[in-house]
Design a protein around this ligand. Structure first.
Ligand SMILES: C[S@@+](CC[C@H](N)C(=O)[O-])C[C@H]1O[C@@H](n2cnc3c(N)ncnc32)[C@H](O)[C@@H]1O
Length: 499
């Protein structure tokens, strides 16, 4: 390689963005891409063939690629004594119409502004894949976008490139394309970028996508040294971020920041294992649908048409919500199942005269006054929170509207409902769940149902180590003082480990 650098000269090397992947990195990327028993791989920026060298001797793998610079390919041929007939001498960004089983690449690094064929490339991207490239983009991002569009069904892609696009404005489109299909598995960032590319001025990392798998979470890894790649499969990510929480315009580099603790994954599973949180009922017009006991009486509505409901977060003041608590601040959802009785029909007519049937949600429902049919949720989770979230064990039949997400347990979840409630109320649970939160401005957190479903909770096996009487005592403590006893906090504490 140093022979090449000497022969070609620094100017030539810079002109084509020629940097070379260290063997350990190339070996890792090839191992990952070929892991799914693949036998074909395409390299759009061949250079001196770092990726091909990484699988030298594997006759079962069909290696193809392209390279714009004939000089470097000739050098490779002379140096190895082999013919590079599997490499097309062409500009990757101008050759369209192929699909590739798997793609591995270390794209050239240079700003798009310096690229000679820039306007032609912009036109080709728009024509072929409907993507409008920003003039600020860099060539590496353009390579990645093109490769994502060319990856076959069930194919894998590994790209090593600068990670500045994760924070830059021009990167929004790249991030959007990376996550929209759900195939982005991991991003690896290197603390040792100078070891990888001695001239690197930005953070460098590897993007891994797998089209055979739909990933609900994206893993962010941060490596101190290249050597760690050898045991990559055993590494813990610094963060696993639900895909739904990864907004393309947001800065993603902060996800690599070490959190103050990690989680004992052996003892954890996702909440979805026990059931699902979903949004509460959206009426589309609470002023019409939510009734006080006085309006129920005044309108002479029957119990079949007025279902107890929780319409506002403040209605629930205790961690364990019982009928007596509901009675202190009751509310009813106007809910007509079949043909409305006379009083209900009168109320519906009143609603129409006041224009409630013309609201955004109501006008898209038939009939407009029929809200979703739901059953009450035994566990409620406050949608917004300022100083820690609100989790409630709901012992009433009240239906939650959109101020709370409601949990419907599956069979397993039904058996561990109180365990889950106790865990979610614990300090440990709060810290672990907080990782899934979205921050809306200062200290205002918003939870989406899927963030919660993907959040980590203890496994049933872990819960089984807690005696039923202990769980019952903890629930009592939450009901009476809104806090868990210290001994119960201590049960969950080992789920977090330092560092
Ligand atoms: C960063 S080097 C990587 C080389 C090699 N694959 C490796 O990993 O060591 C990028 C290579 O892409 C080539 N290249 C630059 N622009 C290109 C383009 N538009 N189409 C195809 N190859 C290009 C450069 O000449 C260079 O050899």
């Amino acid at each position: 390689m140093s022979d090449y650098i000497q022969a070609a000269g620094e100017k030539h090397q810079k002109q084509f963005g020629q940097f070379f992947t260290p063997p350990a990195v190339a070996e890792f990327m090839m191992r990952w891409v070929l892991d799914a028993k693949a036998n074909a791989v395409f390299d759009p920026a061949f250079g001196l063939g770092a990726f091909r060298t990484a699988i030298a001797g594997r006759a079962d793998v069909q290696f193809t690629g392209c390279e714009v610079d004939p000089t470097i390919v000739e050098f490779w041929e002379q140096h190895t004594g082999k013919r590079a007939d599997f490499i097309a001498i062409e500009d990757y960004l101008l050759s369209w119409g192929s699909q590739h089983a798997n793609i591995v690449c270390n794209p050239p690094y240079m700003r798009f502004q310096k690229f000679l064929n820039r306007n032609v490339v912009i036109r080709e991207f728009e024509k072929n894949i409907g993507i409008k490239l920003s003039g600020y983009t860099n060539i590496a991002s353009a390579f990645l976008l093109k490769s994502l569009s060319e990856l076959s069904e069930r194919g894998r892609l590994a790209y090593i490139m600068p990670l500045e696009f994760l924070n830059a404005g021009y990167g929004t489109l790249v991030k959007q394309k990376l996550i929209e299909s759900g195939h982005l598995c991991s991003i690896i960032s290197f603390d040792c970028e100078q070891d990888i590319f001695p001239d690197a001025t930005t953070s460098v990392g590897i993007i891994l996508c797998d089209k055979a798998v739909y990933h609900t979470d994206v893993q962010f890894f941060r490596l101190q040294s290249i050597d760690e790649l050898a045991a990559f499969e055993r590494l813990q990510p610094v963060a696993e971020v639900p895909r739904s929480a990864l907004e393309p315009p947001a800065k993603w580099l902060p996800h690599f920041r070490e959190t103050a603790f990690s989680v004992d994954r052996q003892k954890m599973t996702t909440l979805a294992h026990f059931g699902r949180f979903s949004r509460g009922i959206a009426t589309g017009a609470n002023a019409f649908f939510v009734l006080s006991p006085a309006s129920v009486a005044a309108r002479r509505l029957g119990p079949a048409e007025c279902v107890p409901c929780i319409a506002k977060s403040v209605q629930v003041k205790t961690a364990v919500f019982r009928d007596a608590d509901f009675a202190e601040n009751p509310a009813f959802l106007f809910s007509v199942a079949g043909n409305p009785a006379q009083a209900a029909a009168d109320y519906i007519r009143f609603g129409e005269s006041a224009g409630y049937h013309e609201r955004f949600l109501t006008k898209n429902r038939t009939p407009w006054y029929k809200t979703e049919t739901r059953i009450s949720s035994p566990l409620l989770f406050g949608v917004f929170s300022r100083n820690g979230y609100k989790v409630v064990l709901n012992k009433t039949k009240a239906l939650n509207l959109t101020c709370y997400h409601g949990f419907q347990p599956n069979l397993l979840g039904a058996a561990y409902l109180e365990h889950l409630f106790v865990y979610l109320s614990s300090q440990t649970g709060r810290q672990i769940i907080a990782r899934s939160v979205r921050q809306y401005g200062r200290a205002l957190d918003k939870f989406e149902p899927n963030d919660l479903n993907n959040a980590l909770v203890p496994t049933a096996t872990f819960f089984d180590t807690i005696a039923a009487e202990q769980v019952a005592a903890a629930v009592r403590s939450l009901a009476e003082n809104g806090a868990l006893p210290e001994w119960m906090e201590a049960v969950f504490a080992p789920l977090q480990c330092e560092g």
